[in-house]
Design a binder for this molecule. Structure first.
Ligand code: NAP
Ligand code: HSE
Length: 437
């Protein structure tokens, strides 16, 4: 059996899982790839760090450049993360004629055009299944079984860390910090988890999916993005009371011939599969014009699920499947005629939570503002508050007031918000989330 020499850049959570599969399941991998993978180099920052997975002697190195360009190596696995050294390393590998497998969505969402074009010019390919939704085979599904469809909508949970935190806070009443620390311990979070919890990671993945199915390259600042880092348990409990779960929902869909995109904590009806997706799981709901709705779900983060996607890519490169599909991807289409729907025109229902003084006419003032902006109220929730004497100098008693609206536009809501800000009985801390029925 022939042997293919590979370099692995990085030996952290994901790369260690890849080595576990390549060494622990070498027979299965050889049967499926038609070759044996010979790990020639594993590049790390700190060669003296203790590792919990064994490597053949002499392969570990701090010299990523030599590992990426060694003339004997055919395939380079970029599993370092980040966008600086990783970009240099991937471009160096491509320049030296290597196929590249990467799990790095930050890199591809920022420098994808440059990397894909360099690969196309060099006649090599870039495989990136693990960069979107971890172990869920969404990229290969879109590139193979769904090619007979125009995808008209994607609604997805794309960040395992955020979903794990939401589940831990609501299901076990644990603090945000406590669950985030566990997500870091379990290897779900990025080395700097800021991008997990502020919505950036999910938005980067949504950009990659959108480019793959529509040929439209969208930058992160072209659509609304919010994370779970400012979310209160109170809002998750109100949502539950109303029959919803709060999920960090990433949406990309064709609306009236334009591209609607957003990543935001969203109320999802509790009977939908998305609402029932807990822990580090991801879920992608696709709508194709021929097949209709399709749902893929599985582990979106973590060592072995992510390694599963990386090794599947490696096998696809070894047997030549990627070399056939890569030159045909939608990413080459430069679909410039497709415009991103301006945020003000996005239309949906909203959940609003105000903190208001418990006085007469407060609800009427808010309802008046909504009414004048043509926003219709669907539900109001105000739990009974203790009876207090109202006196002007006693200090205001603040109570939560939750309103669910009927469908409206982001623009009308923003206009209402400018007016809420002028009400002396309404606190400036105000929560709003879209609703996906
Ligand atoms: P990680 O545990 O932090 O590992 C990163 C590895 O890269 C470490 O071994 C580190 O070396 C090495 N490295 C970093 N910068 C380097 C440099 N300049 N030169 C040489 N080596 C360098 O990260 P990870 O969780 O495995 O993630 C790797 C990639 O997979 C990222 O792009 C991430 O977004 C993506 N991903 C991760 C998951 C997940 O669940 N963790 C899921 C999907 C995708 P040292 O060990 O010496 O520090
Ligand atoms: N940090 C990412 C997440 C890993 O939590 O989803 C998978 O890309």
């Amino acid at each position: 059996m022939s042997s293919k020499r590979i370099s692995i850049l990085g030996f952290g959570t994901v790369a260690s899982g890849v080595v576990r599969i390549l060494t622990g399941q070498s027979g299965m991998v050889s049967r499926r790839s038609g070759c044996e993978f010979d790990i020639r180099h594993v590049a790390v920052r700190d060669v003296s760090k203790p590792r919990d997975v064994e490597l053949p002697a002499g392969v570990i190195t701090a010299d990523w450049k030599s590992a990426a360009t060694d003339p004997e190596v055919e395939i380079v696995l970029e599993l370092m993360g980040g966008t600086t050294t990783a970009r240099e390393a991937v471009l160096a590998a491509i320049g030296a004629g290597k196929h590249v497998v990467t799990a790095n969505k930050s890199l591809l969402s920022e420098h994808g055009d440059e990397i894909f074009s360099a690969a196309r010019e060099a006649g090599v390919c870039v495989a990136y299944e693990a960069a979107v939704a971890g172990g869920v085979p969404i990229i290969s599904t879109l590139q193979t079984s769904m090619t007979s469809n125009q995808i008209v909508s994607i609604s997805a949970i794309l960040n395992g860390t955020s979903n794990f935190i939401l589940s831990g806070m609501l299901g076990e009443r644990r603090s945000y910090d406590d669950v985030l620390a566990e997500a870091q311990r379990l290897g779900y979070a990025e080395s700097d988890p800021a991008m997990d919890v502020d919505g950036t990671d999910a938005a980067q993945k949504l950009v990659l999916l959108t480019q793959l199915v529509l040929g439209k390259r969208v930058s992160l600042d072209e659509f609304p993005r919010q994370g779970i880092d400012t979310l209160d348990l109170d809002d998750m409990l109100y949502a539950q009371e109303l029959g919803y779960r709060v999920k960090l929902l990433a949406v990309s869909k064709l609306t009236g011939g334009q591209l609607e995109m957003h990543v935001e904590p969203t109320l999802v009806r509790e009977d939908r599969a998305i609402a029932q997706t807990d822990g580090p799981l991801n879920l992608v709901e696709l709508e194709g014009d021929a097949v209709g709705r399709l749902v893929l779900s599985g582990a979106g983060a973590g060592q072995m699920p992510t390694a599963s996607a990386v090794v599947a890519d490696l096998i696809d490169v070894a047997v030549g499947r990627t070399q056939q599909s890569f030159p045909l991807l939608e990413i080459w289409n430069a679909n410039d005629s497709l415009k991103v729907l301006p945020a003000e025109q996005i239309e949906r229902r909203y959940y609003l939570r105000f903190s208001v003084e418990d006085r007469p006419h407060v609800i009427a003032d808010i309802a008046d503002i909504l009414g004048r902006n043509e926003i219709s109220v669907a539900t109001i929730v105000q739990h009974e508050a203790p009876e207090v004497e109202l006196s002007d100098d006693s200090g205001a008693v603040l109570v939560p007031l939750v309103i669910m609206t009927h469908r409206t536009t982001e623009g009308r809501l923003r206009a209402s918000e400018a007016e809420f800000a002028k009400l002396s009985t309404v606190q400036s801390r105000y929560v709003r989330m879209p609703v996906a029925d």
